[in-house]
Design a protein around this ligand. Structure first.
Ligand SMILES: Nc1ncnc2c1ncn2[C@@H]1O[C@H](COP(=O)(O)OP(=O)(O)OP(=O)(O)O)[C@@H](O)[C@H]1O
Length: 371
């Protein structure tokens, strides 16, 4: 049986050596090293590690390199993800631990250096202690809801292992690249970028920690986000090391935690609150998703997983309770269709809940936006 075509790292290195910086005459490989690659169904993803100060120069050369990689046998499309490294000796300074919630602060850079996103006034993370609780659905509808509140909003899908926001927004086209920078896709009044718009989702699933961090860094800094009141970041589910280092890397203004009412999900939500406390990021509040089942025929509410658990938990932990979103077939259907539920069914129970939550979050951010 014929073997599927494969591409070796030597093949990739040869291509990178051929691409020259017109200013310095140096080839691309002289700026960094190949960290990994994967070829799935003709889609080649290459992770290339470079020193942070070269990231700008390199990203312009990468487009040229990607086009050349597409001429390799078996490669239909290629993308290069830069994993920018800090120069030696410039490790992130640890944040001072205050042992509690801090007031909503400015968008201080996570490592004490110059702000990485000068046009972005606030950044909020949407997190969950476990997968499948509706974190991405919440991030999408919260972002669109903040847009409806009159804010300029960006949505960044940092759930690199399972990016889904592009599908929920119906934004499955490739973002444009202008002057070496990715242009966010505009949908439903907000700007969005998801790794799912750039690479094959299956390829992203197998990435190791440093590649994930590099990709997220690139989605933050190599995208023309422009001026934003708020950037909503959809974090990968869980409270492990990957999430912890992400919360340290991205200069977060605050975090929203999504949970279902079940005990087990609430235990995980508690871990989420503890994680943000550890890195001194204020928890803006807890959202109970799939709170109750609202029968579309008779309107009767059934509390499938119990009800009000997240509210009690929020009270016990001393964090605000932002609201509850019912379990509704049309919420799942609108997500699959690529139209956020808050737009698709504006008078529905889901939309009402998200509008209320978005309004509360917007009010929390307001003092920060007026600075
Ligand atoms: N309130 C809801 N009512 C009905 N379906 C919902 C609701 N919230 C989310 N869903 C559906 O549940 C599924 C999982 O949702 P989503 O992808 O938002 O979860 P997630 O927590 O981000 O998952 P993952 O951890 O895998 O990234 C999707 O099919 C979504 O449409």
């Amino acid at each position: 049986m014929a073997q599927p075509p494969s591409v070796s790292s030597q093949d990739i290195a040869r291509v990178l050596e051929n691409v020259k910086d017109p200013q310095t005459g140096k080839n691309l490989l002289a700026y960094g090293h190949l960290e990994g690659c994967s070829l799935t169904e003709g889609k080649l993803s290459v992770a290339f590690a470079v020193a942070r100060e070269h990231a700008q120069t390199i990203s312009a050369l990468c487009n040229d390199a990607a086009r050349q990689l597409e001429t390799l046998p078996g490669v239909q499309s290629a993308s290069i993800i830069l994993t920018a490294h800090r120069p030696a000796g410039a490790a992130a300074k640890p944040k001072a631990a205050t042992g509690g919630h801090r007031p909503l602060g400015g968008m201080a850079p996570a490592d004490g250096n110059a702000p990485i996103l000068p046009g972005v006034k606030t950044i909020i993370a949407v997190a969950s202690g476990k997968g499948g609780v509706g974190k991405s659905t919440t991030a999408t509808n919260l972002a669109v809801g903040l847009g409806l509140e009159g804010l300029k909003v960006g949505l960044l899908d940092a759930d690199i292992h399972g990016p889904s926001l592009h599908r929920m927004l119906g934004a499955t086209g490739k973002p444009e690249v202008i002057d070496g920078k990715l242009q966010p896709v505009e949908a439903w009044g907000i700007k969005a970028v998801s790794l799912g718009m750039l690479v094959d989702e299956k390829a992203a699933m197998i990435w190791r920690g440093p590649m994930v961090m590099g990709a997220i860094n690139q989605l933050l800094t190599d995208v023309t986000w422009g001026d934003l009141d708020v950037m909503v970041v959809d974090l990968p589910p869980g409270t492990g090391d990957a999430q912890l280092s992400l919360t340290q890397k991205v200069p977060l203004t605050g975090a929203v935690i999504v949970s279902t009412p079940q005990d087990i999900a609430l235990i995980d939500a508690r871990r989420g609150v503890t994680m943000f406390e550890k890195v001194n990021v204020p928890v803006l509040g807890l959202i109970e998703n799939m709170s109750y089942f609202c029968c579309p025929n008779c309107g009767h509410n059934t509390e499938l997983f119990g009800h009000g658990g997240a509210k009690k938990e929020a009270e016990a932990m001393g964090v605000p309770f932002l609201g509850e979103v019912p379990l509704l077939a049309d919420i799942r259907a609108s997500g699959d269709k690529g139209v956020p539920g808050i737009i698709e069914n504006p008078d529905g129970e889901g939309a009402k809940a998200w509008r209320h939550i978005a309004h509360t979050v917007a009010e929390m951010l307001r003092p920060q936006l007026q600075k």
